[in-house]
Design a protein around this ligand. Sequence first.
Ligand code: SF4
Length: 377
Amino acid sequence: MAGLYIHIPFCVRKCLYCDFYSLPKRPGAAAHADGGSFIAALAREMESLPEDFAPETIFIGGGTPTELSDRNFAALFDLLKRRVDLSRVTEWSCESNPGTLTREKIGIMLGAGVNRVSLGVQSFDPKTLEFLGRIHSAENAAEGFRLLRDCGMKNINLDLIYGVPGQGRGALEESLQRLVELGPEHVACYCLIFEDGTPLADLKVRGIVKEVSDDEELGQYEIVRGALGAAGFSHYEISNFAKPGFECRHNLLYWSGGEYIGLGPSAHSHWNGVRWGNVRDLAAYCRNLEAGQSTRAFEEKLDAEAKARETLVMSLRQIRGVGREEFRAATGFDYAELCRDQLTWLRREGLIDDSGDRLRLTPRGLFVSDGIFAELV
Ligand code: SF4
């Protein structure tokens, strides 16, 4: 199984915490001036897709895909219709943000065959939204959700953030309650990260904002797990929750070591054992494609062991973990041999459970997964 990812490098403005590659709109401008040249460059990059690449999932992310003008948004879907055999595609997701979602945009998506929309709500607490630098209100988010439903979208994900300075447990619980009342099929709930180079990290360095303590983050993670579990969502990945049958297939492909190709500036790919990433620069991306040159910022071929370790780490993101035989069949390695010393230590610390013939993170391990993965790769 293979997946296609497309990165749309535009946003209305940058959120305080955002580390994704996207360009804010010029103040007062109705649309991004370089939207058309991006679509033209994307069309060229799409021509370079391997002949035998036949994705079963598509994910259009960013950035904010719905920040494209209606014309460019429709052109994006036309490109896909021309190049991809859509009869093979079982899940086609598109990200959106409240404040950029219109009936016209939803019509374009539904007309093309998009069957899942991910809406970046982040919080229903006005103070939290303001702190994060979001462009929308809680009401805009609820309106966006209802508009999607009115138009017939049957599979909707809502994104939420916890661990935000100043957002107490009460505000988080209220956000979770409002989210559950809307009735999405899927929820992605992330802990706020102070990524280097973001304005948020800068505020921390200057002593203006303080990170939430680890204990408080863990407490909030437990609140999220409890509230979504009680509402009938199954917790199937560290940060992801789904109603039965609505797990995100595209992300499951990443988490099971599947192959994918990413198009657009900063997009990553893993195809035929080679991993690469495109330049994080829209102008260079467009220029290179126009000149018939590579858009890759790096490229590496993973050896069998490195690939096995990466598959292990990605698989452990899933709550069900990975079976020993399943892992051996996929990679040719036995994880108990491959990571013997690390697993001994992680078991002693109560961070992994390898009883039976499965390896999975414990609830405590889930919360410190980044550190565990750094040990295992
Ligand atoms: S809307 Fe999303 S991609 Fe755009 S700046 Fe905010 S967090 Fe980043």
